[in-house]
Design a protein. Sequence first.
Length: 140
Amino acid sequence: MQLSHLGQIALNHINRAKELKKNIEITEYVIMPNHLHLVVLLKNKKISEKSLPSVLPLGNGYERRGHIGPQQIGALGTFVNSYKGHVTRAARKNGFMDFGWQKKYHDRIIRDEKEYSNIAQYINENVANWDEDSNNPTTT
């Protein structure tokens, strides 16, 4: 896979996370033209407590309810949020003003070696299967 400039930004931030983040390990990854796959091992002894639900008044009778506190230290969502933020800022700094991620992400707990092996194989073969991928805009 020949990475685009955006793909290279995504790769740079994977490598940065692998170097700097001591509470995770990225063991498998692939950057595709319109998405990426990562296997992230959490190496935390514990995760910080989730904030209590709160209400944020927005004016004109509107309010936001939910967990508005800080990210949970050591949680997968905290890493994903940080990674997406770093890539987005770098992309926009490099002129990709309309760059954006899908709002959510798909995660899965890998429970044993067989499941890990299957997922790693899928990730490693993803590039070879791009021509048949339903997300490939050239396969309509």
